[in-house]
Write a protein that binds this ligand. Structure first.
Ligand SMILES: O=c1ccn([C@@H]2O[C@H](COP(=O)(O)O)[C@@H](O)[C@H]2O)c(=O)[nH]1
Length: 241
């Protein structure tokens, strides 16, 4: 098994545990990370997270917390008790919210346990410059905004950011090589772009320096998900250290 497998996060975007379990069946023994987002978490809840943890999976709980500092702190304290490995907040919630989230995570981590990695979402990979400027009223390029948010995330003491792989070189330049980059918006050649805009292939993402890549539909909605996963794992092997 390549060490790269642990840097691939498969997004289990399913309506419930039964559907998710079918996919988990093909991940067994591959060493990939799993990502549980809002759709599955709101349907299957913390029990499903614990089940996957018991099966030995590393879990990124992608709930993108964005609230007042006190609520973000409490949410993270509860989440820490699930024993997950990574969780995130929206950087747009601001520095105080992110600091509170980190404090909550630290407080909720059982004594002697390891605090889950805390990651800040910069601009969603479905966002374009036009949307950002015209709808959200944020001026400048997406890259400028992503780097500004990444610096803020780092100042708040978080471990890294979610961004497009295209922005990884700029983030690493601004925040240093050890500041983590978790990158969705991954589309192997020939797969549908769907609602994503700032995309690369899995190979390009690692070439650009991504620490983790997040892949959902290119695997989960493929005609043959097992083969799709196999092809991706084979394609990125060359980036192992
Ligand atoms: O900016 C972001 C943040 C999170 N996501 C999540 O990643 C996966 C991507 O799924 P695909 O099917 O590969 O597009 C999905 O769960 C999103 O919620 C993101 O895409 N962009």
């Amino acid at each position: 098994m390549s060490e790269m497998n642990g840097r691939i996060m498969v997004a289990l975007d399913f309506p419930g545990a039964v559907e998710a379990d079918r996919c988990v069946g093909i991940l067994e023994g591959t060493g990939v990370y799993v990502k549980i987002g809002m759709q599955l978490y709101y349907a299957a809840g913390p029990d499903y997270v614990r089940q996957l943890k018991e099966k030995g999976y590393s879990i990124f709980l992608d709930l993108k917390v964005h609230d007042i500092p006190n609520t973000a702190r409490g949410a993270m304290q509860s989440i820490a008790g699930l024993g997950i490995d990574m969780v995130n907040v929206h950087a747009a919630g601001g520095r105080k919210m992110m600091e509170a989230a980190r404090e909550g995570l630290e407080k909720g981590t059982p004594a002697g346990g390891k605090r889950p990695l805390l990651i800040g979402v910069t601009q969603l990979t479905s966002t374009t410059r036009e949307m950002m400027n015209d709808e959200l009223g944020i001026e400048g390029s997406v890259e400028e905004c992503v780097v500004r948010y990444a610096r803020l995330v780092q100042q708040a003491g978080l471990d890294g950011v979610v961004a497009s792989p295209k922005e990884v070189p700029l983030i690493k330049e601004a925040c240093g090589a050890s500041f983590l980059t978790v990158t969705p918006g991954i589309r192997p050649k020939g797969t549908d772009t769907g609602d994503q805009h700032r995309i690369t292939t899995p190979e390009e993402a690692f070439k650009l320096g991504s620490d983790f890549i997040v892949i959902g539909r290119a695997i989960t909605q493929a005609a043959n998900p097992k083969q799709a996963l196999h092809d991706i794992l084979e394609g990125v092997k060359q980036y192992a250290n």
